[in-house]
Design a protein around this ligand. Sequence first.
Ligand code: UDX
Ligand code: UDX
Length: 463
Amino acid sequence: MEIKRICCIGAGYVGGPTMAVIAQKCPHIKVTVVDLNEKRIAAWNDVNTDNIPVYEPGLSDVVAAARGRNLFFSTEVDKAIAEADMIFISVNTPTKTYGVGKGMAADLKYIELCARQIARVAKTDKIVVEKSTLPVRTASAIKDILDHTGNGVQFQILSNPEFLAEGTAVQDLFAPDRVLIGGDTTPEGQKAIQALVDIYANWVPKDRILTTNVWSSELSKLTANAFLAQRVSSINAMSELCEKTGADVNEVARAIGMDSRIGPKFLKSSVGFGGSCFQKDILNLVYIAKSYGLNEVADYWEQVIIMNDHQKRRFAKNIISTLYNTVSGKKITFLGWAFKKDTNDTRESAAIYVADDLLSEQAHLSVYDPKVTEEQILADLNYLDTRSETENTKGIIVENNPYAACEGAHAIAVLTEWDEFKEYDWQKIYDSMLKPAFVFDGRNLLDKKALEKIGFVYQSIGS
Ligand code: UDX
Ligand code: UDX
C-alpha cells in the first residue's frame, strides 16, 4: 500500500518538526498538520519562517523548503482526516490533574477525542499511527473506539514513538539512531507496518528501522526515557556525595564514561532534568506497575523522580544558605529559563521550581533567556499556583539584555546551558554587581578558574 496523503493531529514540538522532515524527505507525499489551536497554526503559516512556534536549530529552513509544496498547516481537522491514508496522532498526553491516577497516570482524553473524531469522519480505510507517548495497551483502546463507532471502514493501529530530543530535533529526525514501529502480527498489521517502513526508508537506512509488536513499541518508549532520566538522577545523586567528600562529579563522570559498558553520554550533573517527557513518562510507568500490583517495580522507578525533585530543591536551598541565610529583598539573576539549551520549551524546567522556592523566600528575580518570552515565564509560575498572579508579576522582572539582568544583583544562577553565556564579558558583569558577587552554576557551564580570577564566588554542582 502506497501512502499518498498523511495527516498529523497536533502541531506541537513533536508533530511540527516530525512532519516537516517527512515532507521534506518525501516530496511525493502530501503532509497536512492540523491543530485545534488557531494561533499555533497561524504561526506555523507565518510568511517569515523564523516566527514558527517551535524554536529548533535548522527547522525554519526545513519548513521553508516544504511548506506550500507538500507541507500544509491547517485547522480543518475533518477535511485532513477524510483525505488521508495515514493519520499520526501527536497530541499532548499530560499527567492527570484529577480523579483516579491524579498526578501519575497519563490523561488520554485528547487521544480518545482524536480517535472518536477519526471514527466519525473516516470514509476510507486508514492507518492510525500513535506518535504521542502512551501507556502500554492504549492502541487497543483506540482500536476499540474506531471499530465500534466507525463507518465500517478498516483501521490499522501502529505505534511509532518519537525519540527526538528538543534542541536537536532536526538532526535527530534526519539521522535517527533507530526508528521503531509496532503493529499487529496479522497480515493486515504487517502490511500497515510496511507502509510506514517505506516512508522512513526514503532517508533512514533499513537496518535502523525496527519492527515489533505494538506493546513492545509502546513500552520501549517509556523504558528509553526512564533509563535516560535514571542516568541523570544517578549522576546527580553522586554530585551531592562529591560535594561532601571533595570529589569532583565532572571527573567522576569522565572516569566512568570511558568504560564502554557505561558510555560517556547523559552523565552531565545538573540542577535537575526537565522537559515534557521524563517526569511524565516515569510517573506513567510507576502508575502502570502499581496497577499490576508490582510495587517494588513502581518504587524503584519513582526514586528517579524523588532524586530529581531533591536536586532542584537542594540548588535553591544552597543559594539561600550561601547568601547568609536570607534572600529577602535581594536581586538574584537567572540566566536561562528553558529546560535545556536550543529550545524555547519550558515544560517542567528546573528554573520554574528554583524560582518558586526563591520567590517564597521573597527574593527579587531577574530573568534572561534568549528564546523564552516573559508571557511564558509568568504562565509557568502562575501554573504552579503557589501565589497570586500579581505577586508573581511583582517578584520577577524579565529582561531582554543579559547585562541589564545582572546589574546590581547579589547572585547569578545559571539554569540553562545556553552557549552564549560562556561568551559574555564576565568582568563587566562582575563590576555591575553587589559584592561579594556569587555565581551558582546549575549546569557546570562556566569556567570556574576564570570567574574566580575576576573575583566571583563560584559554586557548581558536584564539586
Ligand atoms: C508530544 C507528545 O504528543 C507527547 O505525548 C510527548 O510525550 C511529548 O511530545 P508535544 O508535541 O511536545 O507532545 O506537545 P504540544 O507541543 O503540547 O503539542 C500538542 C498539540 O496538539 C497542541 O498544539 C494542541 O493544541 C494539539 N491538540 C491537542 C489538538 O490539536 N487536538 C487535541 O484534541 C489536543
Ligand atoms: C527526551 C529524550 O531524550 C527523547 O529521546 C524523547 O523523545 C523525549 O525526551 P528531551 O526531553 O527533549 O528528550 O531532552 P533531553 O536531551 O533528553 O534532556 C532532558 C533533560 O535532562 C533536560 O533538562 C536536560 O538538561 C537534562 N539532562 C540531560 C541533564 O541534566 N544531564 C544530562 O547529561 C542529559
